[in-house]
Ligand binder design. Structure first.
Ligand SMILES: C[S@@+](CC[C@H](N)C(=O)[O-])C[C@H]1O[C@@H](n2cnc3c(N)ncnc32)[C@H](O)[C@@H]1O
Length: 414
């Protein structure tokens, strides 16, 4: 059963920001497309294969947009070369003896309060990096086709990401590569071991939808003991369903009725496709809503964004949750929506704790203030490669990260 799923727009909106440039002594304009919400550059130069990486990098750093008219594959190489210039290790600044004496004492290899500061510096560097690389622009013709020699066919990828469009537009090359990459994932899908019945099962993430590529939390959901309350009412909620993967795991585990909620229309369409292709459309109902659907359930699962900071683009909304709004909204709504002896399952990485952005004590206070008790905790270490990458700016925090399934119950059941 699928409810209230917005369909893709029949034609993407034609209003929005415009980019302007001078070419052949004429002023040109086109629609500006940026999912990262970057503004169109004020100054734009038309460039081609004769542009060196050093010059491109310098101009991009100055905020000059570079509208590419050369070969598509050369543009990709240029983008890589610009990225290498940004990522090149910087020489450490020389610190004078007086400055050194003024530095706070170093205990465990990191300066006090350095972890939180390192996170903010990391986010700033990431956003500057994105802005610089986004200055390399490509022209897109009708139906999302890149207008450059040796460009791949991008019509379907563009339509999947942005809806049908007959208008020309200009987009940062890096963003268009993201669209093409997402299309490949959507075609290929991700094998989800925990969904395996007698055959291999896949989830097909859409552009801009949280992909369960780091699958360790799926193991937690598929192995945890189901609450007894399900025997009387076999009904579960999956809050913020994304691709629909947790709802599908609950269906594989035999829960008869599942209501999966989502606030993002793209994610809803993605979950709808996945649930249909997995054959669970009769068991899983999708609802577009903020947090909880109506009514009560014996089990309510939620994997909210885990870093309490502002997302820098719509694509980051599944990871960054300003002021832990979704997390707190989930905790505060549980008592109202849980059957008396039902359980709320919260999946939460503790990366924010290692980054000094949220403390364990704060989380436990929110749980208690929401009228809940912790029934049990099951934890797993991330297996993703970044956790072992010593060159990563956040290595100390990432290597200590643990993801926990918090099993929560009502402090005062009826
Ligand atoms: C970390 S992702 C998890 C997705 C999926 N449950 C999974 O485990 O793969 C968080 C999801 O919550 C959704 N979301 C964020 N705020 C929400 C809200 N207030 N109500 C419903 N869904 C929300 C996001 O769109 C995103 O799909």
């Amino acid at each position: 059963m699928v409810h209230s799923i917005p369909s893709l727009p029949t034609q993407a909106s034609t209003t929005g920001p415009i980019i302007t440039w001078l070419e052949g002594e004429q002023t040109h304009t086109a629609r500006w497309q940026s999912e990262s919400r970057l503004s169109p550059p004020k100054k734009v130069l038309v460039v081609d294969d004769t542009l060196t990486a050093d010059r491109a990098y310098r101009m991009a750093c100055e905020g000059i947009g570079l509208l590419w008219r050369g070969d598509f594959q050369n543009a990709r190489q240029l983008l890589d070369a610009m990225a290498r210039r940004i990522d090149k290790p910087k020489k450490p600044k020389r610190i004078s003896k007086t400055q050194e004496a003024k530095r706070p004492s170093v205990q465990d290899g990191s300066t006090p309060d350095s972890i939180g500061a390192a996170f903010h510096a990391y986010r700033l560097a990431q956003s500057q990096r994105s802005r610089t690389l986004a200055q390399l622009l490509i022209p897109i013709g009708p139906h999302h086709q890149i207008q450059l020699a040796r460009a791949p066919k991008t019509g379907l990828a563009g339509e999947e990401a942005f809806g049908p469009m007959s208008e020309d537009y200009v987009i940062p090359l890096r963003e268009m590569l993201g669209v093409v990459g997402a299309h490949e994932w959507r075609k290929k899908g991700l094998v989800i071991d925990t969904l395996k019945t007698d055959e291999e099962r896949r989830i097909y993430p859409h552009y801009g939808v949280f992909s369960p590529i780091r699958g360790e939390y799926l193991d937690l959901i598929s192995k945890a003991k189901l609450p007894q309350a399900l025997e009387a009412h076999s009904r579960a909620f999956d809050i913020g369903t994304g691709t629909g993967v947790l709802a599908a795991i609950l269906a594989v585990r035999g829960i008869e009725e599942i209501v999966a909620s989502e606030i993002d229309p793209r994610a809803l369409r993605c979950a709808q496709d996945n649930i249909q292709q997995l054959g669970y459309a009769e068991k899983i109902q999708l609802v577009e809503t903020n947090l909880f659907p109506d009514g009560k359930a014996s089990l309510i699962v939620c994997n909210p964004p885990w870093i309490p900071a502002r997302p820098s683009s719509s694509l980051e909304r599944a990871i960054y949750d300003p002021d832990s709004q979704m997390l707190r909204g989930f905790l505060n709504g549980l008592v109202t929506h849980l059957q008396s002896t039902g359980e709320g399952w919260l999946i939460l990485s503790d990366l924010a704790e290692h980054l000094g952005l949220r403390s364990r004590a704060q989380l436990l206070t929110w749980i208690a203030e929401a009228g809940l008790v912790v029934l049990a905790q099951e934890s797993i270490k991330p297996r993703h490669s970044k956790a072992a990458d010593k060159s990563d700016a956040l290595y100390a925090a990432r290597s200590a990260e643990i993801t926990t399934l918090w099993r929560l119950g009502r402090a005062n059941p009826d």
